[in-house]
Structure formats: structure tokens, C-alpha cells
Design a binder for this molecule. Structure first.
Ligand code: NAD
Length: 418
């Protein structure tokens, strides 16, 4: 495998993939191990011309990549960002393939994106761009084919526009085309905080195995994932000592009153400007002597320069790829346990699967039903990753990759492709 996807997970993957592929033989015939997972099955690209509010026309490059569909329809979000590229979408589509397999939902992996700076376009331009995306790609997606969802800078509202556009083109109601929709269009209860709840469930399972009751936690990132996770862990009796957003953070060694903070902070605020709080920088937060450090913001936050200063016993990766390759190697040989992103933040895609199930069966679940099912899926995935790490004598990250890749390859084998 020689996909250069540029982070530590990929490096682990390359190693793991070769091991797993070497083990799978078909009647003595060796399939070229470089081919089966090296490239995406289908890549669709478009240059979307968009009429701007002032009457001019601008072109926006757009992508949809279906990396692997051996286990089911491909699944993955659509990102609106100025740095979106085909390479990035490919990498994320690959990660979705493995993540869906780790939690054992019957989906493959895909991803989409538009190269656009969303802060530079108006709301009406954003709506037209969302609808144009669907017009350009509707032939290739579908509830049994490829099911998009929100990602960076796309949200429930955009999923609503996209669902509407898709249903208009097809001339019938097909809510299973997208997940992360508004409840009024068939969205699932519990979806908005599913990633955070999934992470909390995984952490509690780990703590239970280690016979640890209550932990001190620092969380970097106070957006959808970080703020919901802070609330859930606070409700479960853990002590949140520090939280931060892009501008900086706050610390209280006695424990932050998260409910109070939740009420005051509207997400566009600035944590460090809140009154009567002790400030802390993002750099300092990552280096705190806490039981659990939760990076829930952006990638590459723990790197070669700060890894030696990390004092937390456990890192719960809620952001995608928050630890670099170099830092991961250092952590592997330290006392810090890393609970990897493809397990820790898989609650979102799991409830997306529940949303799709509800859409295609036309039967809608209560919030309690959703959350109970999420717990069952996350606990099972945690136990299986743990078991794999014991059997294959490796860390949790490698174990998660082994488990996911094994499942994808099993499906490829059953299809006669291996
Ligand atoms: P969000 O945009 O709602 O929140 C991001 C938070 O990170 C904000 O508080 C922002 O201020 C902060 N931040 C941004 N840059 C920062 C920096 N340089 N230093 C410190 N903080 C910074 O995003 P989200 O939906 O909460 O997602 C957070 C992470 O979790 C991302 O890596 C995302 O890919 C990953 N993730 C999210 C989901 C989901 O369901 N939302 C699912 C899986 C993975």
C-alpha cells in the first residue's frame, strides 16, 4: 500500500493493510495487494458554475468520492472549505470506509467537498451552491448507493436544501438520500450530539475496564463535539477542569460549572473573554496534568514539539487526526493510552445509519431508543477493538485499523474480489 494520505493513521494503515492482505489468499492465488484498497472505486469531479448575487458567475471545484462499497452503500459527509482538494476528499473517504467497518454498520466509505470559502458567500449563494452540488452529482448518489451527510461548514439546513433538490429531481420522496437532516425532513433524534455521546460511551467503557470511577478532563474545542461532550461528561460526574476554543480557554481546578458555561456561551463567543474565569492558552491546555485529554477541535494538535510535554494518562481523539505520526510514535512508547479517532468519534456515523434505517423503514424512534442503540454499537466496537489489540498484541489505534480493514477485506473476499 503506498497511498500517501499524510497522517499517522495512514502510516499505521499501510503497515496493517499489508499484514492483513498478506494473510488473505484465494486458492493460492495472490491478489496484488496494492490494488484492492489503494485507490477509490469511483471519483466524480465537477466545476460548478454559480450565479452570484451581483449577477457574475464563479466556478467552484467539487468532488464526490466513493472509496469502497464492499460492505454497503458508501457513506460520508460533504465539506465546504477553501482547502478542499481531491486528495483530501480521497483520504477522508478512505477513513470513512474503515470507521464504518469498525462500528460494523453496513456501509462503505465516501466523502464529498466543494472548494469554497463559506464565509465569503451569502446565504442565498450557499443555498444555490448546495442545490447545484446535487444537480451535478445526483446520478451517482442515492439511498442504496451513496449517502452524504454534513461535514466541516455544512449543517442540517444545507442537508435540508440538498434533500429537497434531490427529491425534486427524482420526483418522489427519498429521505434516505442524506443524513443529518432537520427532524422535520426525517432527521433522527439524538443525531446532533451523537458523536459526543459515542465518545463518552467509549471513554466510560475504557474507565470501567481500568476500574477508574471519576476523571479530571481537559477538552480542546468547544464546538458541536467538544461542548456536548463536556456537558455529557459533567452530567456523568466527571470533573471538567479546562475547555478552549480557537481564541483560547478557561481553567478551574475545582471543576468548571459546565451547565452555567453552556448557558452563557453561544458558540460564536470567546471563552477567554468570559468574566470571572482564569484564562489558559490552547498550548497550556494540551500540556495539563489531567487524567483525560480530549482534542475535539482540529487535526495535528499533538506533534513533535509538544508530545514530550503531554501529561495526560488517556487521550480520547474526538477530532479527526489530532495526533501527528511523529507524536503517535512517541506516545506508543509512553504511558499515555490513545483511544483513536476512528473508534472514539464514530458515534456520528452510527446514528447516521440509524437515521437512514428510520427513513427507509418509515418508522421513527424515540431519543431513548436511539441512544440505547448507540450505546450497544459503541460498546460492542470498543470490546472488539480491545480484543483485537490483545490478540494481535498492538495498541488500540492499530487494533481499530486491523478490525476495520479485516472486515472490508472479508467483504471483498465474499464478493470474489480477493
Ligand atoms: P465545530 O466547528 O463545531 O467546533 C470546532 C471547535 O474547535 C470550535 O470551538 C473552534 O473554536 C475550535 N477550534 C478551531 N480551531 C482551533 C484551534 N486552532 N485551536 C483550538 N480550538 C480550535 O466542529 P465539530 O463538529 O465540533 O468538530 C470538531 C472535530 O471533531 C473536527 O475535527 C471534526 O472533523 C471532528 N468530528 C466531528 C463530528 C461531528 O459529528 N460533528 C464527527 C466526527 C468527527
Amino acid at each position: 500500500m503506498d497511498i500517501d494520505l499524510g497522517n499517522n493513521s495512514m502510516e499505521t494503515l499501510c503497515k496493517t493493510c499489508s499484514i492483513q492482505l498478506d494473510k488473505i489468499k484465494n486458492g493460492g492465488r495472490f491478489i496484488d495487494k496494492k490494488e484492492i484498497l489503494k485507490t477509490p472505486r469511483k471519483t466524480f469531479t465537477a466545476n460548478i458554475p454559480l450565479k452570484m448575487d451581483d449577477g457574475s458567475v464563479e466556478i467552484f471545484p467539487a468532488f464526490r468520492i466513493q472509496y469502497n462499497d464492499a460492505r454497503g452503500p458508501t457513506k460520508g459527509g460533504i465539506r465546504f472549505h477553501q482547502n478542499v482538494s481531491q486528495e483530501e476528499v480521497k483520504k477522508l473517504a478512505f477513513l470513512m470506509t474503515i470507521k464504518s467497518a469498525v462500528v460494523d454498520i453496513p456501509f462503505g466509505g465516501g466523502k464529498g467537498g466543494v472548494k469554497v470559502n463559506p464565509s465569503k458567500i451569502s446565504e442565498s449563494e450557499k443555498e444555490r451552491l448546495s442545490r447545484e452540488y446535487i444537480r451535478h452529482f445526483h446520478r451517482f448518489i442515492g439511498p442504496e448507493q451513496d449517502i452524504p451527510a454534513p461535514d466541516v461548514n455544512t449543517n442540517e439546513k444545507i442537508m435540508g436544501w440538498m434533500t429537497d433538490e434531490y427529491e425534486k429531481i427524482k420526483g418522489r420522496k427519498l429521505p434516505g438520500i442524506l443524513t443529518g437532516k432537520p427532524l422535520s425532513l426525517g432527521g433522527s433524534k439524538g443525531r446532533s450530539y451523537a458523536t459526543s455521546l459515542g465518545g463518552a460511551i467509549i471513554l466510560e467503557e475504557y474507565l470501567k475496564e481500568e476500574s477508574i470511577d471519576r476523571v479530571e478532563v481537559a477538552i480542546q474545542g468547544f464546538g458541536n463535539v467538544g461542548s456536548n461532550l463536556a456537558k455529557i461528561l459533567h452530567d456523568k460526574g466527571h470533573k471538567i477542569v479546562a475547555v478552549s476554543d480557537a481564541e483560547g480557554g478557561i481553567i478551574d481546578n475545582e471543576g468548571i460549572d459546565i451547565m452555567d458555561l453552556y448557558g452563557k456561551y453561544d458558540g460564536d463567543g470567546d471563552l477567554s473573554k468570559m468574566k470571572d474565569v482564569e484564562e489558559i492558552s490552547n498550548k497550556e491546555l494540551l500540556e495539563l496534568d489531567v487524567d483525560v485529554l480530549i482534542p475535539a477541535a482540529i487535526e495535528n494538535q499533538i506533534h513533535e514539539e509538544n508530545v514530550d510535554k503531554i501529561k495526560a494518562n488517556i487521550i480520547l481523539e474526538m477530532a479527526n487526526s489530532p495526533v501527528t505520526t511523529e507524536a503517535d510514535k512517541v506516545l506508543e512508547n509512553s504511558n499515555t493510552v490513545v483511544i483513536p479517532d476512528i473508534l472514539a468519534n464514530a458515534g456520528g456515523v452510527t446514528v447516521s445509519y440509524f437515521e437512514w434505517l428510520q427513513n427507509i423503514s418509515h418508522e421513527y424512534w424515540t431519543e431513548e431508543q436511539v441512544n440505547n442503540k448507540l450505546k450497544a454499537y459503541m460498546v460492542r466496537a470498543f470490546k472488539q477493538v480491545r480484543e483485537t489489540s490483545e490478540n494481535d498484541e498492538c495498541g488500540l489505534r492499530e487494533a481499530a485499523y486491523i478490525l476495520g480493514i479485516r472486515r472490508v477485506l472479508e467483504a471483498e473476499k465474499s464478493r470474489g474480489n480477493l
